[in-house]
Design a protein around this ligand. Structure first.
Ligand code: BTN
Length: 330
C-alpha cells in the first residue's frame, strides 16, 4: 500500500539522520502542516519520532505493538488485507469475520487480534490465543467456486503456512492431514474454515489461522505440551509477528491467485510435498476395520488417499489415523 504515510516512513527510514519538514513536504507533495499531522499519527501508532528545530524529523524506534496501520505499511499485496481490521482483544476473529461478511465487506478483508478470549479450533475445541504471542487472524474470501471446492482453500492455506516457515528458517514444516502445521511432529498452527453457501455457489468463506509464534514452552497449556509447540520454541528465536503476518498474506495472495488461474494441481503438489507421513505406512481405524495403509496423497475434494498392502486404494474423509512415533491422533 503506497499511502502517503508509508512513503513518509520509507523516506525517514532511508535517511540515517534528520529529514527536514520542507524536504518531506516537497518529496510527498503535501503541506508542512500535513507532514506534522502525519507525524502525530505515527506517534499514536507507537513510532518514537524526534523533532529538532532547523534539522527536522528522525525515527528513533518503530512500534513493537501491531496496529492496522503498521501492518498495512509493509504489506506487499494487491487485494489481501487492503481492508485490515486489528483489535487488541476479541472473543474470536471468526465471529467478527462472519459479521463483516454479512455487512458486505469485500473479498480479502482481514481481521487480526492480539488476543482472543474464546478462540475456536476445529471440532468445537478451544484455541488458546494469549496476548501478543501468536497470529490470530481470519480472512474473508468470496471465491467464485462451488461449495465442494471449499476444502481446497483450507489445503491451500496450509501450504502457505508451510512455505512461510520454509522461507524464513531451515526447519522442515509438515502438514498433517488435513491442515495442521507441524514442526518436528508438533503442531504450531491450525486452520478453521467456515463457509456460507447457497445453491451451487460459495457466498463467503471465513478462513481462520491460528499460529503459535512467540510462546515459550511453559506458556503452552500443559495438557497439550506434548503435541503443541511454537515457532520460537522450534527455531530458538523470537519472531517479529507483524512481519510474519505480512509474509503470510503475501504468500497467500500469490498462491490464491495462481490457484484461481490454474486450478488445484499446484496446491495438491505442494501439499503433498509437505504432507506428513505421505509415502509412509500408518494404521487407520474406521468404523468398519483397522488396517495398515500407505498414505499416497490428497484428492481434489480434500480426501486423503491411502493404499492397503494388496494395492487397494481408499479415499478417507474421516478416520482415526495412528500417526506413529512422535505423532498424535487426528
Ligand atoms: C485448529 O483446530 O487447528 C484450528 C484453529 C484455528 C484458530 C484460529 S485463531 C484465529 C481464528 N479465530 C478463531 O476463533 N479460530 C481461528
Amino acid at each position: 500500500m503506497e499511502s502517503t504515510r508509508k512513503q513518509l516512513i520509507d523516506l525517514l527510514e532511508k535517511e540515517k539522520g534528520y529529514v527536514s519538514g520542507q524536504q518531506l513536504s516537497d518529496s510527498l507533495n503535501i503541506s508542512r502542516t500535513a507532514v506534522w499531522k502525519h507525524m502525530n499519527e505515527l506517534k499514536k501508532d507507537g513510532y518514537q519520532i524526534e523533532a529538532v528545530r532547523k534539522k527536522g524529523y528522525k525515527i528513533l524506534s518503530s512500534p513493537d505493538k501491531i496496529s492496522g496501520n503498521t501492518l498495512q505499511w509493509g504489506l506487499e499485496t494487491k487485494w489481501l488485507g487492503q481492508k485490515l481490521i486489528h483489535f487488541d482483544q476479541v472473543e474470536s476473529t471468526q465471529e467478527i469475520g462472519h459479521q463483516l461478511a454479512s455487512q458486505g465487506k469485500p473479498h480479502g478483508t482481514v481481521v487480526i487480534a492480539d488476543a482472543q478470549g474464546k478462540g475456536r479450533g476445529r471440532m468445537a475445541r478451544n484455541w488458546h490465543s494469549p496476548k501478543g504471542k501468536g497470529i490470530w487472524m481470519s480472512i474473508l474470501l468470496r471465491p467464485d467456486l462451488p461449495p465442494m471446492r471449499a476444502p481446497q482453500l483450507t489445503l491451500l492455506a496450509a501450504t502457505v503456512l508451510a512455505k512461510m516457515v520454509r522461507e524464513k528458517t531451515n526447519l522442515h514444516p509438515q502438514i498433517k492431514w488435513p491442515n495442521d502445521l507441524l514442526i518436528d511432529h508438533k503442531k504450531v498452527s491450525g486452520i478453521l474454515t467456515e463457509m456460507q453457501a447457497e445453491h451451487d455457489q460459495i457466498q463467503y468463506v471465513v478462513l481462520g489461522i491460528g499460529m503459535n509464534v512467540n510462546q515459550q514452552l511453559n506458556e503452552i497449556p500443559q495438557d497439550i505440551r506434548h503435541k503443541a509447540s511454537s515457532l520460537k520454541i522450534e527455531s530458538g528465536q523470537e519472531w517479529d509477528i507483524q512481519q510474519t503476518i505480512q509474509s503470510i498474506l503475501r504468500l497467500f495472495e500469490n498462491t490464491y491467485d495462481s490457484y484461481v488461474e490454474q486450478g488445484f494441481e499446484q496446491v495438491k503438489k505442494e501439499w503433498e510435498h509437505f504432507g506428513y507421513r505421505i509415502g509412509e505406512e500408518v494404521t487407520i481405524s474406521t468404523m468398519r476395520r483397522e488396517w495398515q495403509a500407505t498414505l499416497i496423497g490428497i484428492e481434489p475434494d480434500g480426501a486423503l488417499r491411502a493404499r492397503d498392502k494388496d494395492g487397494n486404494e481408499e479415499k478417507l474423509y474421516s478416520a482415526e489415523i495412528h500417526w506413529g512415533e512422535g505423532g498424535y491422533h487426528a
